[in-house]
Design a protein around this ligand. Structure first.
Ligand SMILES: Cc1cc2nc3c(=O)[nH]c(=O)nc-3n(C[C@H](O)[C@H](O)[C@H](O)COP(=O)(O)OP(=O)(O)OC[C@H]3O[C@@H](n4cnc5c(N)ncnc54)[C@H](O)[C@@H]3O)c2cc1C
Length: 539
């Protein structure tokens, strides 16, 4: 019968697609069930303006960085990335700063505009950060042990984990411990004296967080950006512009899954996960269709899976309360615009500026902190932070010549806007983002010919990003590694036998990376050696 499979994947975001591909590659008869009309989840490219169907935008996610080489090789992913430029930060005093040029002499000249001492410190800082990123990279692929458990298998896992850490010296462990508890601002104060030089690092520390740069933990988020890989094999912090937007990345994974024989079904919202005696037996779709399998891998937010698709009585009480308190706050608003011309910044009126790496609205650490405080106080930032980017400078697939697409990742609005969206306030907030750019690049506002504004409410309702959180759960120390999404269940297993989890709400989170899915399927295959999938429970 066609509705019986070896494995079902709930949710066709990029992680669900990676899981489907790996399951099919391992010989499973697998299906991905996606609620929306298309796969990709937050990794999507769309044409949002009906009167201009030739214009495409990276609707939500926009920069490629984290899919490890092993996944790209295993799944034979054809992903084309284009080189991404440095951060461009124009300041109201008429100066500007380009950070991350990859040219040491240019980088030193740029930093020296603000501080010669900081120029000298940059090399050692980057080396230090790279070292910490290198130390963290293996943890992304590792199974978090169940610390404190005395079960023999868990004790073995704890010993293996400690053994895997044997290469780290005392200083590296101390530094890792410090960045986990420090704020990005405090850490940067130890290295740099110039506010301008700190800004790009502060930005890395607050992307997607419900925390300003002075909040503890943001130093870790900043260092997390030093873990990446665009294809060289070694983990590095090279970022790239995905040609065709991030939707092209998701499409490449979908095509790979299909080539391995995985079935992909869109318009297939899962209402319930079926269980019998603590084992999963499949799912029920909206409309009542049952799809059966002995293995279900959920790639949806943990709150959707455990609080909506299962009954609390089927789960341990402690686990349910852990998932309830799993934090998903967000103040991100994505704004995409089409421009009739490239912006001309007062700071560089004749400059041939590369806008692919980010045009930052972040004049100082205090500017960014204030934007967060505004949202925490209950209103959209008066002067928002924005990571703008114009991919069409290098990606000619998104718009015809002469028109440019600008993606603006902005923060913050109150996290409560995921429950109720004050439309007029959201629009006024978007106006302020555009006004801020206009002050730095007069004429910018007049060049906007189309605009799309997506707040936390729409992210939750349309994309299943609960709370509007871009990482399917806040990336904060209290919900990482062995605690993501709940203590005792960070090994991608769940209290229900046969039910696994693989969204970014689980360990391995890191943007569009596929790591949670890679890890989860590895555990599924351990539990179902040699493709012995069995029958759905209850048969
Ligand atoms: C505005 C924004 C900007 C971002 N920018 C970047 C960036 O530049 N670079 C980067 O690497 N990352 C970025 N991210 C983060 C990254 O895109 C996400 O963390 C990642 O795509 C999440 O992937 P996922 O597969 O775990 O979940 P999702 O992409 O959320 O996929 C989950 C899927 O499950 C589906 N689903 C939910 N409920 C059900 C159900 N009941 N039945 C069936 N299907 C269901 C959803 O429709 C969705 O397709 C950004 C995210 C956002 C929102």
């Amino acid at each position: 019968m066609s509705n019986r499979y070896d494995a079902i994947v709930v949710g066709g975001g990029h992680n669900g697609l990676v899981a489907g591909a790996y399951l099919a590659r391992a010989g499973a008869k697998a299906v991905v069930l996606e609620a929306r009309h298309k796969t990709g989840g937050a990794a999507t490219t769309d044409a949002p303006w009906p009167d201009a169907p030739e214009l495409k935008v990276p609707t939500l996610s926009y920069v490629f960085s984290h899919i490890p080489h092993v996944i790209r090789e295993d799944l034979n992913l054809r992903i084309k990335t284009l080189p991404q430029g440095p951060y461009y930060i124009p300041f109201p005093d008429g100066r500007s700063y380009q950070s991350g040029t990859m040219d040491p002499a240019l980088e030193a000249a740029e930093i020296s505009k603000f501080s010669k001492k900081d120029a000298a410190n940059m090399g050692p800082f980057m080396e230090w950060l790279g070292h910490l990123g290198g130390a963290m990279a293996p943890l992304m692929m590792a199974k978090p042990p169940k610390f404190g458990s005395r079960h023999p298998g868990d004790l073995l896992d704890q010993m293996k984990f400690l053994w895997s850490m044997r290469g780290l010296d005392n200083r590296t462990i101390s530094d890792l411990t410090r960045i986990m508890s420090m704020s990005a601002a405090d850490l940067l104060d130890e290295w740099f004296e110039s506010d301008q030089v700190k800004v790009p690092f502060v930005i890395d520390g607050i992307i997607g967080t419900w925390a300003g740069p002075r909040e503890p933990g943001t130093a870790f988020v900043m260092a997390h950006h030093a873990v990446g890989d665009t294809g060289g094999g070694a983990m590095s912090n090279e970022y790239g512009i995905p040609e065709g937007g991030m939707g092209a990345v998701a499409d490449a994974i979908r095509d790979s899954a299909m080539k391995f024989g995985c079935e992909i079904r869109t318009h297939s919202r899962v209402e319930k996960i079926l269980t019998v005696n603590g084992r999963t037996r499949g799912v029920v779709l909206t409309g009542g269709e049952e799809v059966l399998a002995p293995v279900v891998v959920t790639a949806a937010n943990p709150k959707i899976t455990f609080l909506e698709q299962l009954d609390a009585s089927e789960l341990p009480e402690q686990f349910v309360s852990d998932i309830k308190r799993f934090k998903v706050r967000s103040g991100v608003v994505k704004i995409n615009v089409a421009l009739s011309e490239l912006p001309r910044f007062t700071a560089d009126p004749d400059g041939d500026i590369d806008f692919t790496g980010g045009i930052e609205l972040g004049h100082s650490v205090d500017y960014i902190e204030r934007a967060f405080i505004d949202a925490r106080e209950g209103h959209g930032a008066v002067r928002p932070f924005s990571d703008g980017e114009i991919p069409t400078q290098v990606d000619h697939t998104l718009a015809p010549e002469g028109i440019h697409i600008m993606s603006m990742f902005t923060q913050w609005v109150p996290h409560t806007w995921s429950d109720e969206q004050p439309q007029a306030e959201l629009d006024a907030y978007a106006d302020r983002v555009i006004d801020e750019y206009d002050q730095l690049a007069p004429g910018f506002k007049a060049s906007v010919i189309h605009r799309q504004v997506i707040g936390p409410y729409e992210m939750e309702k349309e994309w299943g990003l609960t709370g509007g959180n871009i990482f399917l759960g806040e990336v904060s120390l209290d919900q990482l590694f062995h605690m993501r999404p709940a203590p005792g269940y960070a090994d991608w297993r769940t209290p229900i036998k046969g039910l696994y989890q693989c969204s970014n709400g689980t360990h391995g989170v890191g943007g569009v990376c596929g790591i949670p899915a890679y890890n989860a399927v590895r555990e599924v295959l351990k539990d179902h050696r040699r493709g012995r999938w069995g029958k759905p429970a209850g048969e």
